[in-house]
Design a protein around this ligand. Sequence first.
Ligand code: AMP
Ligand code: GLY
Length: 418
Amino acid sequence: MKLLVIGSGGREHALCKKLLASPLVSAVYCAPGNDGMKNDGILLVPLAESQHQQLIAFAKTTGIAWTFVGPEVPLLAGIVNDFQKAGLKIYGPTKEAALIEGSKDFAKSLMVKYQIPTADYQTFTDLKQAQAYVAAKGCPIVIKADGLAAGKGVVVATDLPMANRALEEMLQGQKFGVSGARVVVEEFLAGEEFSLLAFVRNEEVYPMIVAQDHKRAYDHDLGPNTGGMGAYAPVPQISQEMVATAVATVLQPAAEGMVAEGCPFTGILYAGLIATPKGPKVIEFNARFGDPETQVVLPQMTADLAQVIDDLLNDQTPTITWRENSYTLGVVVASLGYPGAYTKGAILPDFSGFEEVEVTYAGVKKVAGHLTADGGRVYLVAATAESLAVAQEKVYQALAAVKTTGTFYRHDIGAKAF
Ligand code: AMP
Ligand code: GLY
């Protein structure tokens, strides 16, 4: 099979690598991909995620067996609807189903209706009403832009001035444009965070192992929220019982609820959860693989990813297997300034001598023969080992041994597990 992956980040790099490792696969194309993928034999297609008709034409002329969509933006723009209309196979949710990520208000209503445990909340478009609600509830409290904001539309407000500022920026200052014209104000949930992803086909749910992301920019969970600064999987401090409860009380009813609502979900369903004393509670749903979760979950998968997706697209039951006594940990290297305005152009180190780490590239561009930083999150360095401590040591040793000027990374990825 020849396959097409849509997207350009580290998640897509990891997906392409895993698909290319399958004996069923002869070629993997990535549109638009990034220059860091080329060394792994991934074929770049110079088409943007938004060029649905050109992507459809490419898939037809190239004889692509099926397409996999990485990011949320093309999903919400209806790329799956368009490919299906053109008679092409594609794994991912329709734009109607992707609203589980695209509108926090939609996701919250679904959770309330199907009794999926989540934080108490209320939705607002009016600044005065939102501020009155926040004043009555008190802090800490969580303010979320309703629509997409690349992981940056959430403010955990520790005091009232901070909450009011966030509300003003979203509802009045239009910090996130239309995404922030409606906000969800949510109860703060205390507890350990984890990401539970599953392959979903209508009401069928096939869970993956859990991962833990690190959303804050700086060490010790300080600084602004980002798309994710590092991750590891599995997460030893999240019990099997907690995971089983999350599958039964969150993923399964969400999949069934989407079918009942007339927008069945087929694709990767991602639940962002907090392990509270009363069990797992949802803080967000995503309609796709997480980034950087994918880069640490896929190396743990012993099943053939291409076979799994092919089965899901062809009414077969997939078999999904995982490593035992093994952990993968990955650290994101980001451009200085990220998630705010950042400087581009840093020359990236060469990791070719470091056989025990795996590098997935995201915001990079080849300039005069050198891979250089061209985005916020630039690359991720991961290692797989028999213990989390060893995986962590391997990653940080490699990072310490190379020059990472112009970029920064967190030094405490995985610390919560110890
Ligand atoms: P989200 O984009 O919804 O995942 O939110 C970004 C980050 O904000 C999460 O990863 C959490 O660390 C934090 N967060 C979001 N919602 C809550 C909540 N209700 N209680 C506590 N922390 C939250
Ligand atoms: N790592 C969080 C996300 O992909 O949304």
